[in-house]
Design a binder for this molecule. Structure first.
Ligand code: X2X
Length: 344
């Protein structure tokens, strides 16, 4: 017993010496860093967070240990408060949707402008081009460190009542939307009855029929099994798409060595690329196999012709114009030009 104690004491003293000699700047590192996410690893979004955390753990040999908090549990599920909570240090790291952060960062509403981005190439032209750089400057100014882009996806509409083919079909339908004002304007312009609620509240509301429909990427529709929540009709209208952004709290960032900052950033970029590919799986291919799987569950999947889609574009144009000014006409003009010049 005495021998053991002596050995332990010696080992501890050696470890303490080695620690103080090798890494004085790391004494402020926390044992665990908290990453906020709306969705966990069963979804592309949470998978992206998991990939990021694993890469960071591996590449820092465990110096930076990140734990995932899906369901925005660090802020009791209140997803539109996430950005403030990152800024305030309630959250150390996050992978978040532009929609949930847009109440605090108005420029993020850009991606929610109805029918701005016709295809994946348009989305890439924004996030990987001048607009992406500009948005990162804005996020940094708002007090959070932006690191990389990922993707939630094109948000398609589902409901329990009918196959939506024209704006009139939305008349009176009770549609759950995220708590971001632009969405209220869009669905009101279409004649629907939008109601704001968190994603956690949305699922029971759909299951009980308290609301008729919702809009989300098809990867979420599938993983959340929305067809079992009366969502028997899906219309592929691609009206908006929300990117995800990988970020860190400023004080946490400043507490890391430059070498570790570089590792965390590169890991976010690598995870963002992988996550985007996962989010597009089954949808980016010409025959969209994911839609066949969804239809196999007895769901009607409606694809709009160019002409049918145009009726939705026209009906929401006043919303686009109104919000173009609120977001900043300069940024929206840059986005429009980037999209017009996109490579397929
Ligand atoms: O609440 C939603 O619809 C979700 C999960 O897509 C977001 O957090 C934006």
């Amino acid at each position: 017993m005495i021998k053991r104690k002596t050995f332990l004491g010696l080992a501890m003293a050696t470890a303490a010496l080695a620690f103080s000699a090798a890494a004085p700047a790391q004494s402020a590192y926390k044992a665990e860093y908290k990453m906020s996410l709306v969705l966990g690893p069963a979804y592309p979004w949470g998978k992206g967070g998991e990939i990021w955390a694993n890469l960071v753990r591996e590449r820092t040999q465990g110096r930076i240990n990140i734990k995932l908090y899906p369901g925005v549990s660090l802020i009791q599920g209140d997803q539109t408060r996430e950005f403030s909570a990152i800024r305030q240090g309630v959250i150390d790291l996050a992978v978040g949707s532009t929609i949930n952060w847009s109440p605090q960062v108005k420029e993020l509403n850009l991606f929610s402008l109805p029918f701005l981005m016709p295809d994946y190439a348009a989305m890439d032209a924004l996030t990987q081009g001048d607009v992406g750089k500009e948005i990162f400057k804005i996020i940094d100014k708002a007090g959070v460190i932006p690191l990389a882009w990922g993707e939630n996806g094109y948000r398609e509409i589902s409901n329990s009542k009918l196959a939506i083919k024209k704006p009139e079909d939305l008349k009176g339908l009770k549609i759950r939307v995220v708590g971001s004002p632009l969405f209220l304007d869009t669905f009101t312009a279409l004649g629907a009855n939008p109601t704001q609620m968190s994603w956690a509240d949305a699922q029971p509301a759909l299951a009980t029929g308290a609301v008729d429909g919702q809009e989300n990427p098809m990867a979420i529709y599938t993983a959340a099994k929305l067809h079992t929540m009366a969502q028997k009709h899906v219309t592929m209208w691609g009206y908006v798409a929300d990117p995800l952004i990988f970020v860190a709290n400023k004080d946490i960032w400043a507490s890391w060595t430059p070498a570790d900052q570089a590792i965390v950033k590169q890991a976010a970029i690598d995870a963002g690329k992988q996550e985007t590919a996962i989010a597009r799986k089954g949808l980016a291919e010409a025959d969209k196999p994911l839609l066949k799987d969804i239809a196999a569950n007895g769901v009607t999947v409606t694809q709009l012709s160019a002409q049918e889609r145009d009726a939705f574009v026209k009906a929401t144009r006043p919303v686009y114009e109104k919000w173009k000014n609120q977001i900043g006409a300069g940024l929206v003009n840059t986005a429009e030009k980037s999209i017009a010049a996109r490579k397929p």
